[in-house]
Design a protein around this ligand. Sequence first.
Ligand code: ATP
Ligand code: MG
Length: 261
Amino acid sequence: MQHLAGEAPSRERIAELAGGEPVLCIENLHAGYGKMEILHGVDLQLGAGRSLCMIGPNGAGKSTVLHSIYGFTRVREGSIRVDGRDITRLRPNQKLKQSGVAYVLQDNSVFPDMTVEENLWMGGYLMERPEQAKEAAERLFDKYQRLAERRRKPARVLSGGERRLLEISRALMMNPRVLLVDEPSIGLEPRYVDLVFGILSDLRRNEGKAIVMVEQNAKKGLEFADVGYVLVNGSVARVGTGAELLRDPEVGRLFLGDRLV
Ligand SMILES: Nc1ncnc2c1ncn2[C@@H]1O[C@H](COP(=O)(O)OP(=O)(O)OP(=O)(O)O)[C@@H](O)[C@H]1O
Ligand SMILES: [Mg+2]
């Protein structure tokens, strides 16, 4: 089993890495599915305009951290706060509407036979009036020319990178404070990977989103992220700036391609 030496990171270090007042603050989270506990006391903090990348072996619980923030798991203990408000027990729809958390799913989730604009409107399905969703979509079309040019095309004709852009845009419809992104680079050609990371980088820098991502491509993820967390067996085994983890020899051996697969 992959193993990282050393003690669990301290709360002080986690708070320091957040880079200011945390928008997202997770404390001692124990959560799982049904009777099975997957996360055993996870702490995580992140400030506005900052990005955090979780890496770790398959099955470590990375996606489960995102599921928990979004409300898809059973939380046994601990708390999740956004802007100081406890959202631990809100349901996903309430989270999206009230707490500014949005989730870009790991699986391909565009509706292929719907047009690009219809897909986008779906992201606003919780809005009070349909016009609000249309207005929000227009703002995104202004921002992303690639989508605007293809707005009346069925989503199935989009390239992999454009499809990911549509998924991210749909998550932006409710103007979230916290964006959860699971495996943004999965299945994409390298040129599209750069496109997607460029989009996320802009959202962090210019719109102050707090971005929590999981990334199998650990090198890419840590290069992008302000902060990196290594998750092993449902616990945070190591934290650091992205640059620190990239330099860490153990992280290199286990997760950055020096490993035997
Ligand atoms: N919906 C679910 N119901 C039951 N068990 C689940 C569910 N989703 C995940 N699990 C279990 O939780 C554990 C952690 O899975 P998770 O998907 O969080 O890992 P991960 O770190 O994201 O892995 P990967 O790198 O393969 O995506 C696994 O043992 C998995 O089988
Ligand atoms: Mg996963």
